[in-house]
Design a protein around this ligand. Sequence first.
Ligand code: SF4
Length: 361
Amino acid sequence: MDAMSKEIPQRLAHGLLPGDWQELCRDLDMPGYRADQIWKGLYQQRISSFQELSTLPADLRAHLDEAVQADPVRLTHVDGKPPGTRKLLLELEDADAVETVLIAAQGRRTVCLSTQAGCKFGCVFCASGQAGFKRNLQAGEIVGQLVAAAREFGDTPTHVVFMGIGEPFDNYDALLTSIRIMNDHDGLNIGARRITISTVGVVPGIERLCTENMQIELSVSLHASNDEARSEIMPINRRYPIDTLVRACAAYTEVSNRIVTFEYTLICGVNDSPECAEELTARLGGFACRVNLIRLNPIDEYEGEACSEATVKMFIDLLHRRGINATYRDSRGRHVNAACGQLRLRAAQNSMHALPEKMTT
Ligand code: SF4
C-alpha cells in the first residue's frame, strides 16, 4: 500500500493545528511546505474545497478530499445586513445548527462564536438554556464559524468573543485548540488579547485557564449581587457561588495581568435596586475588575422585563461613587433576534431541526 492510499479517519480541516498538518504530510511522504500551503489556503484564501488549491499535486488534493473535511459548517441563513449586526445560521454535518454573530463597529470586525449545540446550564433569561443541550462542537466547527464569518465580512475578523450558544469552559479542550488555531500568525492571526472567553462561572475552567500562560480576556456572567438571587436565575451558582467565582477571577488577573469583566444584566425588580448595587460593590471592591451593565433583552420564554434608562443611570452612578469601574453597553444585536439562541429556536420551530429535550444542571 503506498502512503497516499493509507487509511486516515476523516477529520475536520479547521480543527487541525499546524503540527497536525505537518504530520499528515509526513505520513503521505509529502514535503513540509505542502502543509504551509494548505494552512494558508484554509485561512488566507478561505478555500471551501481542497480542489481550489491548484498549487498542490492532484493526488494530494484527491487524498485530502477523502481524508479531511474542508468545510464542515454550511451557511444557511443570514439575519441583518451590512454595515449592521448580522447573525449567521450555520448547519453542521449532523444537521444541527449553530449561530454566529458578526458585529462591525469602530474599525473592529468582531465575531461571536458558539462552542456547543445547545446548552445545559439553564440560565432562565436565555433562549439557548430553554432549548437544552445537544452536543459539544469540535474545534473544527468552532474555527469553521470564524472562517464563515471571514467570508461574510470579506476580511479576517479582528476580534473574537466566545459569547454564542453554550458554555465555553464546558468544552475546554476544543475551546483551547480553536484558540491556538486562531492565534497562528500565518493563519487568522488573532492575538490572545483580542479573544474574550465569556463564562457563566465554571470555576474549574477559570482555574485551568490560569495555567495556560495566555493573555485571553475573561468575561464572567454575574447578573446578581447575592447567591440567593443568582441561584434563582443561574443554576450554576449552586455549584460555584459568587465568592468562589470572584476568588478564581482574582487569581486569573494575578497570573494573566488581564482585567476581568463582570457582565451584569439589569432585570426589572430582580437585581436592579440600590441595595443590589451596594452589595455588588462590596463583593467586587477587593480587586481590579470592570462591571459591564446591560439591559435585559427580553425573550418570550422568560417573563423578566428590561429596567428603565433611569434605573441604569442610578445603578451605574452608585457603582462609580463606590469606585467601581462600570460601563453600560446597549445590546447591539437587539434588532436581529439577538437573545442567545433565538435564531436557532426559530429555525427549530419552523421544523428545520428537532429540538432536544430540555435539560437542567
Ligand atoms: S447564558 Fe450562556 S450558559 Fe446560560 S443558558 Fe445561555 S448559553 Fe447557556
